[in-house]
Design a protein around this ligand. Structure first.
Ligand SMILES: [Zn+2]
Length: 425
């Protein structure tokens, strides 16, 4: 039997184990925020991987954002050492899941198996991918006991809230340094026949316009910050949105609409604060003395963050030139640089070849419209040989009745096992 066939058979022999592992992971409600059951899931996986011969380490991101005695940010790194001299292939999965939300027809933490699908919050994003990587590693270790290098699996905290208590924290402490780790696969749900090379950049900022409070019956005695913001939004429509629509990227971003620069206005607040739901009175008449919007600007690898910021300031200056009393402030909230591995990177070439062998088709190369933990591995860890590849349909992430297909998990586990064999055997 060829090595490919043996690896494939080893994964097939573990189908029940793959299902059970996914169900068990889904049943641990690792909700973020606030960050529940992080220790529980890390201990559960540590026990499982220790049985398969991994050296396991539980690492708390002490002092990271959101870390507290009540909700400590726990991470697991497990390493299986082979003979010396080879590379280390690392699978990184986040163990946190987002809130449940409304509209479920199954128990979100039941891990129900129905029609070849496992249901639950995090089944797709990304406990199914985490389970597939564990099965892939176990299949590989059985089929190729005398390999060179090392296999690592990590389960990390807080990806859904920026990854600062997870991959960023580990990367800052050298866990992803090129001397330790040479190849990284993040099994996020990007579909089993697609390789995700990276993601666009992010800039979040708050823009505030200033006014002067006065009685609403004599608005001419005040200065409305809301009217000023109205002028900003009009200028944005007239000049900024057309400018962004004209910026196209060579990055293979999916979906198609995200192949350009985009800007969302996440929130707008002006004047009197919203009243509590039980308040039955009328609002008070005041001229708004301030108005704020939060913008979410996604930028391309061809763009420069300083230039992205300058475009917004230039737009605000155009408004100022027309409105004598116009005053504004821009506050940075969050920023992430775009990242993209090249198609000839070793992990990309190896995974693409494995997909062709398992699925008998060439993979698509894609770039995520959003962002995920690759940014920390690339920017902090200085390791650009990193991709996202895993089972599950991206559109199902964060939705009610989220599920992951068992066949998809098994197929991607075969791909991951082949990647290990190609790089280490
Ligand atoms: Zn995810």
């Amino acid at each position: 039997m060829s090595l490919d066939a043996r690896l494939s058979a080893e994964v097939d022999a573990r189908r029940d184990s793959l299902i059970r592992l996914t169900q068990e992971l889904v049943r641990i409600p690792t909700l973020n925020p606030p960050g529940r059951c992080y220790l529980e899931i890390c201990e559960f996986l540590a026990e499982r991987l220790a049985k398969s011969g991994f050296r396991v380490e539980l690492i708390r991101a002490e002092g990271a954002p959101a870390d507290s005695a009540k909700h400590p940010r726990w991470n697991l790194v497990a390493r299986h050492e082979g003979a010396g001299g080879g590379d280390c292939v690392h699978f990184n999965g986040h163990h946190d899941v987002v809130e449940v939300g409304h509209g479920w027809t199954v128990d979100p933490f039941g891990g129900e198996l129905k029609g070849g699908r496992i249901y639950g919050r995090g089944a797709c994003d990304m406990k199914g991918g985490l389970a597939a990587s564990v099965i892939a590693a176990e299949a590989f270790l059985t089929a190729c006991p005398s390999f060179r290098g090392a296999v690592e699996i990590s389960a990390t905290a807080d990806e859904e809230s920026g990854g600062f208590g997870g991959v960023a924290w580990l990367a800052e402490r050298g866990w992803f340094s090129p001397e330790r780790v040479q190849h990284v696969i993040i099994p996020e749900p990007l579909n089993k026949d697609r390789i995700c090379l990276g993601h666009r950049g992010v800039w979040w900022a708050e823009i505030e316009t200033k006014g002067r409070i006065a009685h609403g019956s004599m608005p001419f005695l005040g200065d409305s910050a809301i009217r000023h913001m109205g002028a900003v939004l009009a200028e944005m429509e007239a000049t900024l949105y057309p400018l962004l629509a004209g910026k196209r990227t060579a990055m293979p971003v999916v979906p198609e609409g995200a192949k350009q620069s985009t800007l969302n206005i996440n929130a707008i607040h002006g004047g009197e604060a919203e009243q509590e739901a039980d308040y039955t009175g009328l609002p008070a008449p005041c001229v708004a003395d301030r108005c704020r919007i939060v913008i979410d600007r996604r930028f391309l690898i061809e763009e420069d963050l300083a230039e992205v910021k300058r475009e917004v300031t230039a737009m605000l200056e155009r408004v100022k030139a027309r409105r004598p009393s116009f005053e504004y402030e821009v506050r940075d909230l969050f920023e992430v640089q775009p990242t993209m591995t090249t198609e000839d990177a070793p992990i990309v070439r190896t995974t693409a070849a494995a997909i062709e062998r398992v699925l008998a088709r060439r993979p698509d190369f894609v770039v995520s419209p959003g962002t995920y933990d690759q940014k920390h591995i690339d920017r902090i860890g200085k390791l650009s040989n990193c991709i996202a590849y895993g089972p599950g349909i991206l559109d199902l992430a964060h939705q009610p009745d989220e599920w992951v297909g068992v066949d998809d998990m098994a197929d991607s586990a075969k791909v991951m096992a082949l990647v290990l064999a190609d790089l280490l055997a």
